[in-house]
Design a protein around this ligand. Structure first.
Ligand SMILES: [Zn+2]
Length: 433
């Protein structure tokens, strides 16, 4: 045996020993220290505590005198620490006010590229987990965006996606303003009848949707359909649930009309989106069954206040004006009736900077939530909707270190959530003051 071989074998032996008896990792603990901590679970903000982070996880929320000596202190004076925000209803592939026209102008690839930018901006604004609610895309660009982020090719938030919104012919996901002799592939996934619904669900799952999204009623933003109409038969909704359950995918139902909401809840959907005309019976049903409500309130105000002259969204502006008070009263009744109401904003990648998505919190407060409950709606409850409450949504030992900091005290001024100054995702600092 020559010397080189001997040295080589010794090196191998040492490597083997190292693998068998790993030395303790060079523990790099960071202590995040701010004026207060909202942990997403407690009834009050905590003071004189630090959040300890090691690698990708929170290893404790401790009194100041319990911060390990070796920890690196990150001082965020004047800030409040809280869990990263969870946005449950977003459309990052949709860009432009005339979104049904934009859908026809842009390739799936372009939509994907724009969506990547959009979700990165959301992360930078403090939204560390998002759920997309259908994409206005023939293909599945949003699934590719999620895969590229999950595999580490690009930075971005944690995502759960619905590839399409499934719609009836003439529904909110169909293009209803062209002559019948022109054939186009609409922004939604069109399905009529039990067998087409079954196939639509299977197709969504095949190509990577985490959620099945159905347009159970007409919509506010699409042309020529009416949000007061129910758009699927009970049989069609039931087959969606049967297939989704079989393939272990949750269902979210866009539903405005009271009847449509109740049909979807009875069928067993996990969340109702919008819920504009929710009635007392619907509140009772949702509370009993634990169906989540994602009311998407701010987008209506946005159109009333900032986009009143929009030609493309004239219907949206008119309906939002007409039904604002009613929708808000119904959300108030839902909150009082024990329905779990969570944060979703319904913007696409257009018009508003992602930091303004946090205006949804003020609307939930207007609908009767305390500021603390509104923050929980957009953190721990959002995580529960995603089925990720075992790993994120609160600042607690063992959770992933998805942490943000906002200036001042958001319990006194909720608009602080529009000014997120610090973002950490899985222990990695994304943004610093
Ligand atoms: Zn939507």
């Amino acid at each position: 045996m020559n010397k080189t071989m001997l040295v080589g074998l010794m090196a191998l032996g040492m490597l083997g020993a190292a693998l068998l008896f790993p030395a303790p990792a060079n523990a790099a603990i960071t202590a995040l220290i701010a004026d207060r901590v909202i942990d997403g679970r407690s009834a009050r903000a905590l003071t004189d505590v630090a959040v300890l982070v090691e690698d990708e996880r929170i290893i404790g929320v401790v009194k100041m005198d319990q911060i390990p000596e070796a920890a690196t202190r990150m001082q965020l004076d004047g800030f409040t620490l809280m869990p990263g925000m969870v946005e449950l209803h977003t459309h990052p592939t949709i860009a432009g006010d005339e979104y049904q026209i934009e859908h026809l102008r842009k390739s799936s690839a372009q939509k994907g590229l724009e969506a990547l930018k959009s979700v990165q901006e959301m992360l930078d604004a403090g939204w560390t987990s998002i759920r997309t609610a259908g994409a206005a895309d023939v293909n599945y660009a949003i699934v590719d965006v999620k895969r590229a982020i999950d595999s580490g090719v690009f930075p971005g938030p944690r995502m759960q996606v619905a590839g399409h919104y499934i719609t009836i012919t003439g529904g909110g996901g169909d293009i209803n303003f062209i002559a019948p002799e022109h054939y186009l592939i609409p922004d939604g996934l069109r399905a009529d009848g039990v067998e087409e619904m079954r196939k639509a669900v299977r197709r969504e799952v095949k190509y990577g949707s985490d959620w099945i999204k159905i347009l159970a009623t007409g919509a506010f933003m699409s042309a020529a359909d009416d949000p007061r109409d129910v758009h699927f038969s009970p049989e069609e909704m039931q087959v969606v649930m049967d297939e989704a359950n079989r393939l272990r995918k949750p269902v979210m139902a866009h539903a405005h009309s009271a009847e449509g909401i109740k049909m979807a809840v009875r069928a067993g959907v996990r969340s109702i989106e919008h819920g504009t005309f929710l009635d007392a019976e619907g509140v009772k049903l949702m509370a009993e069954r634990g169906t989540y409500l994602v009311p998407t309130l701010y987008i209506g105000d946005y159109y009333i206040e900032e986009m009143a002259d929009s030609q493309a969204q004239a219907k949206m502006v008119a309906l939002s004006r007409k039904y604002r008070a009613e929708a808000l009263a119904n959300v108030r009744a839902a909150i009082k009736g024990g329905v779990k109401v969570a944060v979703g904003v319904d913007f696409g990648h257009y018009l508003v900077p992602a930091k303004l998505y946090a205006r949804e919190f003020a609307l939930l407060i207007e609908a009767g939530m305390s500021p603390m409950d509104a923050i929980k709606a957009g953190t721990s409850l959002g995580a529960e909707v995603l089925g990720w409450d075992d790993r994120l949504g609160t600042l607690e030992q063992g959770k992933l270190a998805d942490i943000i900091a906002v200036p001042g005290n958001p319990l006194e001024d909720i608009s602080a959530l529009e000014q997120v100054g610090f973002v950490m995702l899985g222990g990695k600092v994304i943004r610093q003051p």
